[in-house]
Ligand binder design. Structure first.
Ligand code: A3P
Length: 291
């Protein structure tokens, strides 16, 4: 390991992109015109995107499991990775993944937005393994958690600052076309999360899960154990990474990685940044204590 190594990025309009992401796709994504019927799954990286992409795919395919040989980031396309033309070529109604903060996300009053927040302690750990594993995107296979933690604290990672992202969406969490969920709540009660998502995206989807067997099948295929088995069959999803997307799926994994100093600093930053906002009460603060 090389202690001072930092991840490499493409710096594009002051925005850090993974090195394999064509900037022209990013630019076209900014100009995508959201439409009535679009549903966006919006996250800061590593907050449960693939999980909800999988749930959305199943809901929009009568509860069938995600098929062998397909890539989830193409079936529920990642807007800034593949660009607007690719997304426009996918059938409607569209389910679209983005990591954009609120201001960069394409908006339409009749499009819907599902935002998933994950606590920053587990997010940074997950993001570290992701960054270390994608050698061609970040050239960071020899990088340490301590070095990545510093980049995360400064917001010098792809898609920018965790807190700016979260705060850009949280103020809008009660708007009619936004469903705001946490990773932790989906894990605590996946059934309720699937029902909430189905209710939110529309009555046709609600109907699908009224059949108990279908709801059970979706919950089963959205479980960590099933998804971690399935991902290797999803057309060798992300063959270029050493870290599986469905990695550990734990709440509190940060305790195995943080020093006491890192814990104090992130806790302080969390409290400062979220003071006076609804983000302060998204998680029990006790989740961030006790090493
Ligand atoms: P960990 O690295 O902590 O395991 P994203 O899809 O936004 O990149 O998020 C990836 C994170 O979500 C990973 O976290 C992954 O394991 C977790 N995840 C994905 N599917 C999950 C599931 N079914 N249950 C719990 N966690 C899941």
């Amino acid at each position: 390991m090389i202690p001072d190594l930092k991840p490499s990025y493409i710096l594009h309009h002051n925005f850090r992109l993974p090195m394999g992401f064509p900037p022209k796709n990013f630019d076209s994504a900014l100009n995508y015109k959201a439409q009535k019927g679009d549903t966006f799954i919006v996250t800061y990286p590593k907050c449960g995107t693939t999980w909800v992409q999988n749930i959305l795919w199943m809901l929009s395919h009568q509860g069938q499991p995600f098929p062998v040989g397909k890539q989830i980031n193409r079936e529920v396309p990642h807007l800034e990775e593949f660009g607007a033309d690719f997304v426009k070529s996918s059938p409607q109604p569209r389910f679209i993944k983005t990591h954009f903060p609120y201001d960069l996300t394409p908006h339409h009053p009749e499009a819907k937005y599902i935002y998933i927040a994950r606590n920053p302690f587990d997010c940074v750990v997950s993001f570290y393994y992701h960054t270390q594993g994608f050698i061609k995107h970040y050239n960071f296979s020899e990088g340490t958690f301590d070095s990545f933690f510093e980049c995360f604290m400064k917001g010098e990672v792809d898609w920018g600052d965790y807190f700016a992202h979260l705060l850009s969406w949280i103020d809008r969490k009660d708007e009619e076309n936004i469903l705001f969920l946490t990773y932790e709540s989906i894990q605590e009660d996946t059934r309720s999360a699937v029902i909430k998502i189905a209710d939110f995206i529309g009555p046709d989807y609600r109907k699908i899960i009224e059949r108990e067997q279908t709801l059970e099948a979706i919950i089963y295929h959205a479980s960590f154990s099933q998804m971690s088995k399935d991902q290797s069959r999803w057309s060798s999803e992300r063959p270029d990474t050493l870290t599986p997307f469905i990695r550990k799926g734990k709440i509190g994994d940060w305790k195995c990685h943080f020093s006491a100093d890192q814990q104090n600093r992130l806790m302080k930053k969390f409290q400062e940044k979220t003071a006076g906002t609804a983000a302060l009460s998204l998680w029990e603060l006790s989740l961030f204590s006790g090493l």
